[in-house]
Ligand binder design. Structure first.
Ligand SMILES: *Cc1c(COP(=O)(O)O)cnc(C)c1O
Length: 535
């Protein structure tokens, strides 16, 4: 045998492999893409299973009157190979045909994508838009990924030892594995137990509302039971059916995506009976994609990193000038904040007390670039965007809003700013990976002690912490506390170091890179998956 490692099929709703390949929305997809790349580079036997989204995720722009405009475009790709395989999934009583595409660009990662956009289908739109708008649409998409994914692997004659579900979207694959065993004569419980031996599950969502629930009625109507008895479905996911609980009960082992998230997840799911153990495997990022090789090599040679960093900062400033017609000052501190406009991430926390931050924005001693995107139906996220736009209007030379956050912008920002701001409400961010991208490029993190940061933060050495890990049930109190801490650390530590102690700053850049470049790589992550989850 050439490779004795277990063969893994990694199921994910999204894969962020390349900016132009629009089958991703955000962090979950970037993780999946980085995982596939690391698998290939480490010669590990992994295939990805996902969906060929016709339109992908929303493209979101701000028009000249300051309105948020959502658009969807049809995407065509010339690098997809037709495997010739077609499979069927019965949805709402009708067979839906799925074509299976293969992607083997990007370092030859094997990724199979299901596609319902075929003339013979009435429901061509199931694979139309990533994270569609309606519950039935979402369930149908998850049935294609899960049930269709297993059937595609079988039709392709792929040998698989471990089925890895990246988040609850894929759990209907477990129903298909059980159905197969039922067909071979297993009783329902043996079929479930046998299937558990080949399933592992990654949970990502410490925000209760972020976990997906469906009534058993709608699942039954959609055909998601997939031939399983109702009592069994109920035992697996409860009523209403909880997709995360189902993932925990369908798997032999689960993982949370940072140490802190491991504690939060175990607390959150402690009342779920017959669930798998939840261990912690902290996420990592793909170096070849996110790291600036020139700067990292310079760091390894022990060189001063300032000029290398300034090259990246200038590239970003030029990009902003092209996009927005605003020339930022490369000699002034530049803070970046870029992620989904989810309320718990608090994209506008730094503007909580405008009087405090205003003088620095007026002089330009603090410059901020914020980039984000809200799901079309996330109205509180859109309110945050509107607040940021109103601040941008007042301080146009030092506050820049970049719309339509995507991988390209993430690449420029996580190496071009000086400081990476991250201020989720503690325990709500499972991991966060943009801060890792920043750190390995010598961009210093200024972050609440959430997600991965408590593991990596050595205050005033590898970056800065804000908020001291404070958590409160009173959200207003927590926000006020964290905003005050943010101002305190920014004024008394970050600004002083930046403007008065360049040596200290570049030492911190080197400490961040040296401490994190291996520890928070996708290579380390996938090795841990093999050692702790797949065995
Ligand atoms: C890295 C990345 C994310 C994830 O960032 P978080 O810090 O985990 O929120 C989301 N979107 C894009 C485009 C990214 O590149």
């Amino acid at each position: 045998m050439q490779n004795s490692n277990p063969k893994v099929a990694y199921f994910s709703m999204e894969f962020g492999l390349d900016p132009s390949f629009k089958i991703y929305a955000g962090g979950l997809g970037i993780l999946a893409g980085d995982y596939l790349k690391a698998a290939k580079e480490n010669n590990l036997p992994v295939v990805g299973v996902g969906i060929k989204w016709k339109q992908g995720y929303v493209e979101q722009h701000i028009d000249k009157d300051g309105r948020i405009v959502d658009s969807f475009y049809n995407n065509e790709y010339d690098f997809l190979q037709d495997t010739g395989v077609k499979i069927k999934v019965n949805i709402r009583g009708r067979d839906v045909c799925c074509k299976v595409w293969k992607v083997d660009c990007y370092g030859n990662s094997e990724l199979y994508l299901l596609d319902t956009d075929l003339p013979e289908n009435a429901d061509r739109w199931i694979t139309g838009q990533l994270y569609g708008w309606f519950e039935e649409e979402r369930i149908a998409q998850e049935m294609i990924l899960g049930i269709g994914g297993i059937r595609a692997l079988r039709a392709l004659n792929k040998n698989v030892d471990i089925f890895h579900f990246n988040e609850g979207h894929a759990i209907f694959a477990g129903f298909e594995l059980i159905r197969e065993k039922r067909e071979r004569g297993y009783n329902p419980y043996d079929a479930w137990n046998e299937s558990r031996k080949e399933i592992v599950f990654t949970t990502h969502t410490p925000v209760w509302e972020g976990n997906e629930f469906h009534s058993l009625n709608i699942l039954e109507y959609m055909g998601a039971f997939n031939g399983l008895d109702k009592y069994l479905v109920k035992e697996i996911g409860g009523e209403p059916f909880n997709m995360t609980a189902a993932g925990l009960r369908l798997s032999k082992k689960s993982n949370a995506v940072s140490m802190l998230h491991g504690r939060t997840a175990n607390e959150m799911w402690k009342s779920i009976d017959r669930r798998s153990e939840i261990i912690s495997i902290t996420n990592g990022v793909h170096l070849g994609t996110w790291g600036d090789k020139v700067l990292i090599d310079a760091c390894r040679r022990g060189e001063n990193l300032w000029n290398y960093h300034m090259d990246n900062k200038e590239k970003l400033i030029d990009f902003i000038e092209e996009e927005k017609g605003i020339k930022l000052d490369k000699n002034k501190l530049l803070i970046g904040f870029a992620r989904r406009a989810a309320p718990y991430k608090r994209g506008d926390l730094i503007f909580t007390d405008e009087e405090k931050i205003a003088p620095l924005l007026s002089t330009g001693d603090v410059q901020i670039i914020i980039s984000t995107k809200a799901h079309p139906l996330d109205f509180s996220g859109k309110e945050i965007i509107k607040h940021i736009l109103s601040i941008e209007k007042k301080y146009p030379n030092s506050v820049v809003f970049l719309d339509n956050y995507n991988m390209n912008k993430a690449l420029l920002l996580t190496r071009g700013v000086d400081v990476w701001l991250n201020n989720p409400r503690v325990t709500k961010e499972a991991c966060g990976t943009s801060g890792m991208k920043a750190a390995i490029n010598g961009v210093l993190n200024l972050s609440t002690l959430d997600g991965w940061w408590p593991e990596a933060c050595w205050d005033e050495v590898t970056g800065w912490q804000i908020g001291g890990g404070f958590v409160s049930d009173d959200i207003k109190l927590q926000d006020k506390h964290d905003a005050e801490s943010l101002y305190d650390v920014l004024f008394n530590k970050v600004l002083k170091t930046y403007y008065n102690d360049r040596k200290r700053w570049t030492d911190m850049m080197a400490a961040a890179i040296n401490g994190m470049v291996d520890r928070y790589s996708a290579d380390r992550m996938i090795k841990e998956y093999y050692e702790k989850l797949y065995k």
